[in-house]
Design a protein around this ligand. Structure first.
Ligand code: HEM
Length: 425
């Protein structure tokens, strides 16, 4: 074997990895920036250095996204490539322009205000449940134009989320979870096809779904009804679970950091002055954004990006053979002490200034390069406004001190994270 064809050093097996993915990734990263995990079929490799992240995500050559979840996303933007991807991304992009985000922020203001009103002094709240509900409502009101039955869509999405978790952790999916998954997909398909018909009848207008229906299969991206369904399911899962987890972890961290809470509330006092947070406040909520960024650093919902090599690829002096899987782990890189001082400390101020010694891709919660998250500014606006509204109205008392994490499609807590909300006077 020549030097160019050398494989990365082996650190363990896929079986060991799947027993404790977060711990194993951290341990194994200490053995090198690019390491190999052997599997019964293909091997997996972990590239835990910002320069390797940059190379893979910007050059893109030789890798495709991991296809494990294509049965959910079908031909949505997240799974397609080349001209087809460019056409779909180009068609959807206008729904995420700054003007649109500002109009979504108006809707978010109302939903956050209603959420604040519904919470009573001393209520014990399951954070993930609260934020899954909030982000689902935001998504249905904005991208789906307020149509669709929230309870039914949430129930179907819940069945699919359960399947994500089982496929990621159990290897073999129990029959009941598989049949619930199929039921959830059928229900979503039927609901979205119903919404498409409503738009054809001219009953709803002005949202992303209406835009796709009016462009339709005649447009460059060939939006047949099935592709529209796939795109909306992609948006549904891209948009709500990730943002809900971001807010869950943000409040969990904040409740144990009184100094951060104080600085945050001083900003809210100055910027909001008692008003409900909305689009006009977004640019001024500077520290609020640092709090969100710091939560995204420590508990990034996208705990790792996955790619599959479509040919032998040279990376970091090693060869990643065709058919093998590559991980780019935010979980490890965001906590690496080479780039982050006191990496496990929650200190939002570290985002106040760019550290010239820190490589750009030591922080990539929304990915990087051409496939970077299309919904980043949407998610940032939503997280900032929800955090601002809740932290201005309540103090948080942690009832769940610790939890473990499951490496599903996203990084999910293994138990409810509960908190008591105390009204601020
Ligand atoms: C805090 C919240 C969010 C996080 C952490 C997040 C994270 C990510 C990451 C890491 C990627 C890149 C995946 C890869 O390269 O393999 C991605 C892509 C994507 N995200 Fe997000 N996301 C969030 C919110 C959203 C929202 C609100 C939407 C839609 C409204 C969305 C829609 C998408 C889509 C469609 C893609 C695929 C883009 C493409 O392939 O061109 N995400 N997201």
């Amino acid at each position: 074997m020549s030097t160019e064809q050398q494989l990365p050093p082996e650190v363990g097996t896929l079986r060991e990895y799947s027993e404790a993915p977060f711990e194993r990734r951290t341990e194994w990263a200490e053995e090198g920036d690019l390491v190999r995990i052997t599997g019964p079929e293909e091997d997996h490799h972990m590239a835990a250095h910002p320069d390797l992240v940059e190379q893979v995500l910007f050059e893109e050559d030789g890798f495709v996204k991991f296809e494990g979840y294509n049965s959910v996303f079908g031909q949505g933007m997240v799974t397609v490539y080349g001209d087809q991807w460019r056409a779909q991304r180009g068609t959807i992009q206008p729904a995420f322009q700054p003007g649109k985000i500002r109009s979504y922020a108006e809707t978010i203001r109302d939903i956050v205000a209603d959420t604040v009103t519904d919470i009573g002094d001393g209520d014990v709240i399951d954070l993930r449940e609260l934020f899954t509900d909030l982000t689902m409502e935001v998504m249905l009101e904005t991208l789906f134009g307020g149509s669709g039955n929230k309870a039914e869509i949430s129930a179907a999405a819940g069945r699919i989320t359960e399947w994500f978790l089982e496929t990621a952790t159990a290897g073999e999916v129990p029959t009941s979870v598989q049949s619930d998954f199929e039921r959830g997909m059928d229900e979503l398909t039927e609901m979205i096809h119903g919404m498409i018909e409503e738009r054809r009848g001219g009953d709803v207008d002005g949202d992303l779904l209406s835009m796709l229906v009016s462009i339709g299969a005649a447009g460059e991206a060939d939006y047949t009804d099935d592709r529209i369904r796939d795109e909306m399911i992609t948006m549904l899962f891209g948009a709500h679970e990730t943002t809900a987890l971001t807010l869950t972890y943000t409040l969990y961290l904040l409740a144990d950091a009184p100094d951060v809470g104080q600085t945050l509330r001083e900003e809210l006092q100055t910027v909001l002055d008692g008003a409900d947070p909305g689009p006009e406040h977004l640019d001024e909520l500077v520290y609020t954004e640092q709090v969100v960024d710091e939560a995204l650093r420590l508990y990034c919902p996208a705990h790792s990006l996955f790619r599959e090599a479509t040919e032998d690829v040279q990376l970091g002096g090693y060869t990643i053979p065709e058919g093998d899987v590559l991980y780019l782990p935010q979980w490890v890189i965001h906590r690496d002490e080479r780039w982050w001082d006191e990496p496990t400390t929650f200190r939002p101020e570290r985002f106040a200034e760019d550290d010239p010694d820190r490589p750009s891709f030591a922080f990539f919660p929304f990915g990087a390069g051409p496939r970077r998250c299309i919904g980043e500014s949407f998610a940032r606006a939503e997280a900032k406004l929800a955090l601002a509204g809740l932290a201005d109205a309540f103090e948080f008392e942690r009832l769940t001190e610790t939890f473990d994490m499951h490496a599903s499609l996203t990084a999910v807590p293994d138990r409810p994270i509960e908190m008591r909300f105390h009204e601020r006077t």
